[in-house]
Write a protein that binds this ligand. Structure first.
Ligand code: NAD
Length: 263
């Protein structure tokens, strides 16, 4: 008989969470480490990354931190190789890093050419280059890559939910980048499937993080489940996709949005 629970166990697996010190990334780190994987938090935020490591010394899997800047595209090979060497292998790579320019969040009419270039480079091209570099390391024995998309990579924004709140409307670049991430994962799944490398996108809805209560109410009103997401709900989906329980899932776009995109 198949032992289904065993499929979720990541004992002996080596995992990297780029952006693992962030709101969603940290929960992904906790989930993977609880499942038994050795996890590297690869992030630019040294203070938050090291603090998270300290809090997870009793996890099943060993958790460590490395400084990793995904936007350093010119030396992606060197940076990824250093992380993989340190871990002594790579089975799971999760991209939760989200670099932003200083003008992040301005209205579509105000986005400069420079801002378009920089953000698309840092958020989309860098993720793509990171994925192909990581996949090279996975070619011998397979592996899985999980990219973070968004509901805004599937559809445009619902702008009225921002009315009268302190929250800035979703920026145009965000939608463009996240749409690209969804199809990036599909391309990679198709290209690297022959190496037993699975690539998927997890698309969260907005995660509750102390936003303006009026915004939370207006956002919640748009979702069938009537609330914002919790970062643990995104992490458990990533854990599933990282595990053997998802061994036949590749190229998928998994919505974790309380039904936002269903209506
Ligand atoms: N929070 C949400 O509501 C939400 C909703 C949908 C999708 N997402 C997506 O989920 C992912 C994670 O979002 P989050 O809310 O945890 O973001 P966050 O800002 O809390 O975390 C991002 C992490 O990336 C790190 N980072 C920034 N620049 C980096 C770089 N150049 N190299 C490496 N690390 C870098 C930051 O230090 C931070 O730890 C993003 O792709 C985001 O678009 C988030």
């Amino acid at each position: 008989m198949t032992d289904y629970l065993k499929k979720f166990v990541l004992k002996g697996k080596k995992a990297v969470v780029a952006g693992g010190a962030g709101l969603i990334g940290r929960e992904v780190v906790i989930a993977l480490a609880q499942a038994g994987a050795d996890v590297v938090i690869a992030d630019t935020n040294i203070t938050a990354g090291k603090k998270l490591v300290k809090g997870l010394v009793r996890s099943k899997g060993k958790v460590t931190f490395v400084t990793f800047d995904i936007s350093q595209m010119d030396d992606m090979k060197g940076h990824v190789a250093a992380v993989v060497k340190n871990l002594k292998g790579i089975d799971v790579w999760v991209n939760c890093a989200y670099p932003r320019t200083a003008d992040w969040g301005v209205l579509p009419e105000q986005v400069s050419a420079q801002s378009w270039r920089q953000n698309v480079d840092d958020q989309l091209s860098a993720t793509a280059l990171c994925c192909t570099t990581v996949a090279d390391h996975m070619k011998k024995k397979g592996g899985t890559i999980i990219n973070l998309g968004s509901i805004y990579g599937i559809g445009g924004g619902k702008f009225d939910i921002y009315n009268g709140t302190a929250v800035k409307p979703v920026p145009i670049i965000y939608s463009v980048v996240k749409g690209g991430i969804v199809n990036l994962s599909r391309y990679l799944a198709s290209y690297y499937g022959c190496y037993n490398i699975r690539v998927n996108t997890v698309c969260p809805g907005g995660v509750a993080d102390g936003q303006d209560p009026k915004f939370v109410k207006q956002y919640a009103g748009q979702t069938p489940l009537g609330r914002m997401a919790r970062s643990e709900e995104i992490a458990s989906t990533v854990l599933f996709l990282a595990s053997d329980a998802a061994s036949y899932i590749s190229g998928a776009t998994v919505m974790v949005d309380g039904g936002w995109t269903a209506v």
